[in-house]
Design a protein around this ligand. Structure first.
Ligand code: NDP
Length: 293
């Protein structure tokens, strides 16, 4: 029997995708439109190409329209901004995602902030960051949103829990901390300058690791029963073989944790499921209709 402590993000994400497919069919029937997601890839980054292909495939599998734009690595910022402007104006496109990282000649934040905030399904636009911080109705970054759903599924009400988020990036750490604060957790944000990271983690009921350092969080850092969400995706080599590991040392942590996400198969699959969810939400808002139950 599989270990009940291990959070099966793959199965959870599949359930969400099935629900979204039913909701897409329902809006098509009731309101006659098909939500559409445009994904823009600039350059040849191998990991980005895989992500973009998966996003396109899962968008189509959910019944939504997928528009893919593949631009050369030498594309200028001006050309990319023109494409964003065109997609902002295209009524068939309800969500726009520019795959990061972008080549050096392009200022990623300028491009993100050129996207219509109501089509910014990645939730990285400064307006959506502001809405998240002030309790407004925005679009939420997909990875932290997926982490939150996994936590709520395990723990129910998060009120009063002490959460430690390791990492303060704009795309994971900060929005994760904000989401947990919105759930009335007491939140500590740790980063590379934090003085006693194991000591901070030891006080946590919830640990979210978004660092980018293979297997950094050790089992003896954890309070017994803590719920551990591992966002990290690190490709490591051992004996000539590559494998993916998280930011959490799974073997030592699984023994003390109350629940834990594996890598792969934990947070990763949730990100695209939440992207599809945000696209559907954006489409419904743009058409002024309720999200189907
Ligand atoms: P960033 O590199 O942008 O941020 C990493 C954060 O970790 C920074 O805030 C940094 O602190 C902090 N940090 C670095 N070293 C330490 C340390 N020794 N102790 C404590 N904190 C430290 O990464 P991202 O947020 O973009 O991504 C984090 C991880 O999540 C990566 O492995 C990435 O691949 C993965 N990821 C996974 C996704 C998924 O779908 N599952 C989606 C997005 C990311 P400081 O600010 O001080 O430099």
């Amino acid at each position: 029997m599989s270990n009940p402590k291990i959070i099966d993000g793959k199965a959870f994400a599949e359930n969400i995708r099935n629900k979204i497919a039913a909701q897409v069919a329902s809006v098509q029937k009731a309101h006659g439109f098909t939500p559409g997601l445009a994904v823009v890839l600039v350059g040849e980054d191998p990991a980005s190409k895989v992500y973009v292909r998966n996003k396109g495939e899962q968008t189509k599998a959910s019944g939504m329209a997928s528009f893919e734009y593949k631009l050369d690595a030498t594309t200028s910022q001006e050309t990319l901004l023109k494409l964003i402007d065109q997609l902002n104006k295209d009524a068939k496109v309800n969500g726009i995602l520019v795959q990061l990282p972008l080549p050096k000649q392009i200022d990623a934040q300028a491009v993100i902030n050129a996207i219509d905030p109501d089509k910014d399904v990645d939730g990285f636009h400064v307006v959506n960051a502001g809405r998240l911080a002030t309790g407004g109705q925005g679009l939420v970054p997909c990875t932290p949103y997926g982490c939150l759903l996994l936590l709520k599924d395990r723990l129910g009400d998060l009120t009063g829990k002490h959460a430690v988020v390791i990492g303060r990036s704009n795309i994971v750490g900060k929005p994760m901390a904000q989401l947990l604060l919105n759930e009335s957790c007491t939140v500590t944000i740790a980063h590379s300058k934090t003085k006693d990271l194991p000591g901070e983690v030891r006080r946590a009921d919830i640990v979210v690791a978004a660092v980018g350092r293979p297997e950094m969080v050790k089992g003896d850092w954890l309070k017994e029963g803590a719920v551990v969400i591992d966002v990290g995706i690190n490709r490591v080599e051992k004996d000539g073989k590559f494998r993916l590991v998280g930011d959490v040392d799974f073997q030592s942590c699984v023994a003390r944790a109350g629940a834990i996400t594996p890598v792969p198969g934990g947070v990763g699959p949730m990100t695209i499921a939440m992207l599809l969810h945000s696209t559907l939400v954006a489409a419904c808002r743009q058409h002024g209709v309720e999200l189907p139950k």
